[in-house]
Design a protein around this ligand. Sequence first.
Ligand SMILES: Nc1ncnc2c1ncn2[C@@H]1O[C@H](COP(=O)(O)OP(=O)(O)OP(=O)(O)O)[C@@H](O)[C@H]1O
Ligand SMILES: [Mg+2]
Length: 353
Amino acid sequence: MSVTKEAILAALSHVDDPDLKKDLVTLNMIKNIQVEDTKVQFDVELTTPACPMKDMIQNACVNAVQHFVSKDLEVTPNMTSRVTTNRQEKEVLPGVKNIIAVASGKGGVGKSTVAVNLARSLADSGASVGILDADIYGPSLPTMFGLQGEKPGQVEGKMEPLVKDGIKVISIGFLVDENQAIVWRGPMASSAIKQFTTDVNWGELDYLILDLPPGTGDIHLTIAKQVPVSGSVIVTTPQSVALADCKKAVNMFLNPNINVPVFGIVENMSYFSPEDQPDKRYYLFGKDGGKEIAEQFNLPLLGQIPLVESIRTSGDNGTAIEKTETVKAAYDQLAGELARQVAITNSVASLSN
Ligand SMILES: Nc1ncnc2c1ncn2[C@@H]1O[C@H](COP(=O)(O)OP(=O)(O)OP(=O)(O)O)[C@@H](O)[C@H]1O
Ligand SMILES: [Mg+2]
């Protein structure tokens, strides 16, 4: 049987990326086609290693080649990825493809916990990830990564981020005593955050996560102005007081003066299931509040994370959640949804440029 590369490409042009709504060939995602007798191999370059539809696209490629070329072919798509970016201006953080701010109107809803677990899941998927603690007055990342008391090094006048579990981490907590930062005035806090973007050697990153302080105050406006944020993720609990503040946060980012896209809403502490009754769900803070806000603003609901003791203990102990736990799967799914929204936003922007 003689099979040409053109025939393979023609077959694959019948497979669409469900998010980008175009076929894989037009999207230039098919690379390195190799044909040897009945064996066909090619690379499928996805827009993120965390792509939730990886398996579906892989199966669709096999089916398309077997259907349009020959059912006797042994088809092996190698799923690879190259994370896309929408950044034009590259003066600040030149090697960073996507900068994602994790915010909330209300304090204590789980921003830092979501930010850290998003970073972990994205890194587990194979992406290069950094996380910047923008909460100057209440830095959480040293504890949440188990890096208390560690100091970043300096190379050629630039600060080197600490690296934990493959993730680059910077926090004011590594530099000054916590009590010292707390008395800083606004401009000092803002300039510290600015320095974290200009004077830190972040290198090449697919995703840089910013863990923001609570609220919608001056410091948020400064960050939105000084840091080229690609988009934001808003965390809320389903409780009505949190929802009111969540709306403020969404409106702040969407305000024309700020104009930062909102990738979606994360509903945290959505429900509690006792360990001995995993099928029971108690909606301690109300049900689906985050989901309803997402619907109101026509934004994606990126995920609903349950209230689970191991989420708290992993944060307090600075360790990753065990791979075997179902909450790890919930965070992986959340990271996949976020990466997907980032890729869609980048693709829409590249089409309109
Ligand atoms: N899904 C969850 N299940 C159990 N505990 C959680 C969950 N999410 C967060 N927590 C716990 O709730 C507390 C607050 O979370 P976290 O520090 O992430 O909130 P935050 O929004 O960053 O707070 P702040 O506004 O002070 O920055 C922490 O003790 C954390 O471990
Ligand atoms: Mg926090």
